[in-house]
Design a binder for this molecule. Structure first.
Ligand code: DGL
Length: 273
């Protein structure tokens, strides 16, 4: 029996910019045979400060673009879009679409001992209380403390992850949380895993740091299996990268993050979709 071309179709992965590459990296590690089409909305980043209506509109356009690339499933590798748009787009499109919040919440609930969980994210993600709701649906007595950290995104994008300024910003945003007795902290924005070592150092061993990317790749694997969409062609995966602006800057960044040589990124006009 030949391999169904639906199975060899790529998985679409999107984010507001480069942050979702931390999720793509995990999919590449765990599902090395899956082809990926990545889209970073670099013209409209940040999503964290935008309204729900706009995030739904952006997500809809991106999924239309990805469907044009023939994707068999979509991973919303952006916490803000997962928080504000996942439900809406899941109803509108006929392919499996998953986000990063349910996997991140599940991992945190599994890790916590005392049920006290911190969430660092964008304003949009924290304001939506989506992490809160999902965590409480999994563990009723959980206490969730959210903290928006908007400056983390530009610091990462400017390559300041290890800079002393970033240490100060970590302290400004997270000192209240460090004074609580949380034992688990979700890095609830795809850029934040790139600050992981600084955050780990700041909290010390008593706090378990959760990067939802790992669990998201597991969810993707399960969804592909359930829908009979696993690529078992045995061929090495092909990765394509698209952005809505500044393709060269994206390529440079991607080459720092991915265990894969990104030759070029194509710029498209996402407003056409
Ligand atoms: N990638 C986005 C997220 O995970 C954060 C960056 C932004 O504000 O666009 O929420």
């Amino acid at each position: 029996m030949g391999i169904n071309c639906k199975n060899t179709a790529p998985v679409g992965v999107f984010d507001s910019g480069v942050g979702g590459l931390t999720v793509a990296r995990e999919i590449m590690r765990q599902l090395p045979e899956e082809n990926i089409v990545y889209f970073g909305d670099t013209a409209r980043v940040p999503y964290g400060s935008k309204s729900k209506n706009n995030i739904i509109r952006f997500s809809r356009q991106i999924i239309r673009f990805l469907k044009n690339k023939n994707v068999k499933a979509v991973v919303i590798a952006c916490n803000t879009a997962s928080a504000l748009a996942l439900e809406a787009v899941q109803k509108e499109f006929d392919i499996p679409i998953i986000g990063v919040i349910v996997p991140g919440a599940r991992a945190a609930v599994r890790e916590t001992r005392n049920g006290k969980i911190g969430v660092a994210g964008t304003e949009g993600t924290i304001r939506s209380e989506t992490y809160n709701k999902v965590i409480k649906s999994l563990r009723e007595d959980a206490v969730v403390i959210g903290q928006p950290c908007p400056l983390f995104v530009p610091l990462v994008e400017e390559g300041f992850a290890k800079h002393r300024i970033t240490k100060e910003v970590i302290d400004i945003y997270l000192s209240d949380m460090r004074n609580t007795d949380i034992d688990t902290l979700i890095l609830g924005c795809t850029h934040y895993p790139l600050l992981r070592s600084g955050v780990m150092e700041y909290f010390g061993d008593a706090v378990h740091i959760v990067n939802p990317a790992y669990e998201t790749a597991i969810d993707l694997k399960n969804v592909l299996e359930e829908n009979g969409l696993v690529n078992s062609s045995g061929q090495s995966a092909v990765y394509e990268f698209y952005v809505s602006d500044t393709a060269e800057k994206f390529t440079e960044f991607a080459n720092q993050i991915l265990p894969y040589d990104v030759a070029a990124t194509k710029q498209i006009n996402i407003e056409e979709y």
